[in-house]
Every structure is written in structure tokens, then in C-alpha cells.
Design a protein around this ligand. Structure first.
Ligand SMILES: [Zn+2]
Length: 301
């Protein structure tokens, strides 16, 4: 699933291509991707509006238009690409090792393309989402921060000032496993399974550790690690395991740099111990039993 670094990469790369441009036609091809609105009214609502600004909040992409905001969540497999005027689609398919057919082109328009924004001169923004867990919605004027899905989001981790955050916003008495806290979007916005596992490894904390057992230095180390793994993810243009693509249709490279996520059973890059796979907060979790020993979790609380 695209997390903060993937969505940030998409926004940064889309920005120079789409900001200030006018939406000539909005073509919604799968009505149920749209929330809170009759899909029949969508195209007319967007037609002729300019894209004033594009930004990220948590895992949401917000396009501020002249009269409203178009908000997109990429769900599990969403891709948002910018197809330039001179792009020619290659209609061929390739068969992958799993037997699945995948389109050859980097901006495929196929049955999984659910939204096309035509910008004039043949330029397009394409939203493609094979598993259709993505969401599209419109918020009037500049009200998007108050929308129920966005107003509940916690702080942006990259802007986080650790000391004041620990004093005011950290649930120090919580009995939840620390991994569950990291995945909670009302705690920090944009962290998901990949970067939660990476941050826990980096800070040497076992994912099952109850939050209340974390000592002050561990809390600081954890938040520093969250920021660092997210920054690293952005530097590598995001993690592409299966579906995530940059707006130019190519893959990110952070998957080659991961310490634990997706590496269950493989040797730890630090100590060579086989990494352990488990289920924490209903999510597949990978950690190193040596580098992330369970000492804090066992302490009496
Ligand atoms: Zn290790």
C-alpha cells in the first residue's frame, strides 16, 4: 500500500506538470470509487476548474481547484500518473511470473483506469487501481482539512518536533503494542506497515512492546527513526513491491534498501539472525529477534 513516502513522491513529481493547469474534461469510469456524490454530477463539477495547488496530507493527495478540492486516496494498489501530450500507449500485455497479465505501457488505460483528468493538449492525469480500494471525493472550497476523513489525522511526521510532541500528544499510558500505535493514522499521519516495521527495527524496539513500557529515550529514538525511514523512502522515490508507481509510470527503488519489511526468514542485515514473521495488530510484521529483543515487552508495567 502506498504510504507517506510514496504519496509524497507522487505529489512532488505531479506538481510541476499539473499546477496551474485547467481540467478540460473529467472522466470517471467507475462510479463507486467516488464518495458522497452522485457520479453523474462529477464531470460537470470539475469541468473548467484550474489546479491551483497539489499537496499531501497523510496518505491523501489533495488537489486544490478553483472552487473545490479533489481528494484521492490510493488504497492498496492505486497509481496516479501524468501522461504527457506526446505519450503513445503500448496496448500490449506482459505475462508476469504469477501468470497475471500486466500492461506494458507506463500509463496504461485499461479496465483498471477509473479516472482520467484531461488537461488540454492531450495531457492527462490517470488514476488506475486494480483492487479498487482507492477513494475519490470532492470537498467544497478550501474546507478539505475539516472533512471527516482528514480532520482525524494526526501530525505530519516529517514536521514533527519530537520533544513537544512527546510532552503533549504521546499516549504514554497506552497498553497497545507500539506497532499498532504507529499504524494509527490519528497518531501520526501517513505511516503504514512498511515504514512502521522499518522504524521499529531502526530504533531496536520489539513490535509487540506495550507503548507504556517504552522509556523516554526509546520514545525519542522511535520518533527519530520514523522520520528517518520516511525521509529515506522519499529519497529513494518510494517502495515498489507490486503496484506502486511514480507519476512517470516507473518504479521507486526503496524496496532494495529495506532492512526488515518483506524479508521474513532472510538474515538480518546487522546480525545475520533470520528475521521473524509474526502478526501484530492484525498486520504481517517482520522483526529481528536479536536486534529487537523483547526486553521492554517483558518488563512489568
Ligand atoms: Zn539483527
Amino acid at each position: 500500500m502506498p504510504e507517506l513516502p510514496e504519496v509524497e513522491t507522487i505529489v512532488r513529481m505531479l506538481l510541476p506538470n499539473v499546477e496551474g493547469k485547467r481540467i478540460e474534461t473529467a472522466e470517471l469510469r467507475l462510479g463507486r470509487m467516488l464518495l458522497d456524490m452522485d457520479p453523474g454530477n462529477f464531470s460537470a463539477a470539475l469541468k473548467g476548474q484550474s489546479i491551483d495547488r497539489i499537496l499531501r496530507r497523510g496518505k491523501y493527495i489533495v488537489m486544490e481547484l478553483t472552487e473545490c478540492a479533489l481528494v484521492i486516496h490510493l488504497g492498496m494498489t492505486g497509481q496516479l500518473t501524468f501522461s504527457p501530450a506526446d505519450y503513445v500507449e503500448n496496448a500490449g500485455f506482459v505475462r508476469t511470473v504469477t501468470g497475471m497479465q500486466k500492461p506494458k505501457g507506463v500509463h496504461p488505460v485499461d479496465k483498471h483506469t477509473h479516472l482520467i483528468l484531461w488537461l488540454g493538449n492531450g495531457e492527462r492525469i490517470l488514476f488506475r487501481d486494480p483492487r479498487t480500494f482507492g477513494k475519490i471525493f470532492l470537498v467544497p472550497a478550501r474546507e478539505w482539512p475539516k472533512h471527516p476523513r482528514l480532520s482525524i489525522l494526526g501530525e505530519e511526521p516529517l514536521q514533527l518536533r519530537i520533544k513537544p510532541f512527546l510532552e503533549t500528544r504521546f499516549p504514554a499510558a497506552s497498553a497497545r503494542p507500539v506497532k499498532a500505535l504507529l499504524l494509527d493514522q490519528s497518531f501520526l499521519a501517513g505511516v503504514g506497515n512498511i515504514y512502521a516495521d522499518e522504524a521499529l527495527f531502526r530504533s531496536g524496539i520489539h513490535p509487540q512492546t506495550p507503548v507504556r513500557n517504552l522509556k523516554e529515550p526509546e520514545r525519542v529514538r522511535l520518533l527519530e527513526a520514523v522520520k528517518e525511514v520516511l525521509r529515506k523512502g522519499i529519497r529513494n522515490s518510494g517502495t515498489s513491491f507490486s503496484d506502486y508507481r511514480k507519476p512517470d509510470g516507473t518504479a521507486g527503488s526503496n524496496q532494495e534498501k529495506l532492512q526488515v519489511y518483506g524479508r521474513g526468514g532472510e538474515p538480518c542485515r546487522k546480525c545475520r539472525t533470520p528475521l521473524r514473521k509474526s502478526l501484530v495488530a492484525q498486520r504481517g510484521t517482520v522483526h529481528c529477534p536479536v536486534c529487537q529483543a523483547k526486553s521492554a515487552a517483558r518488563r512489568k508495567s
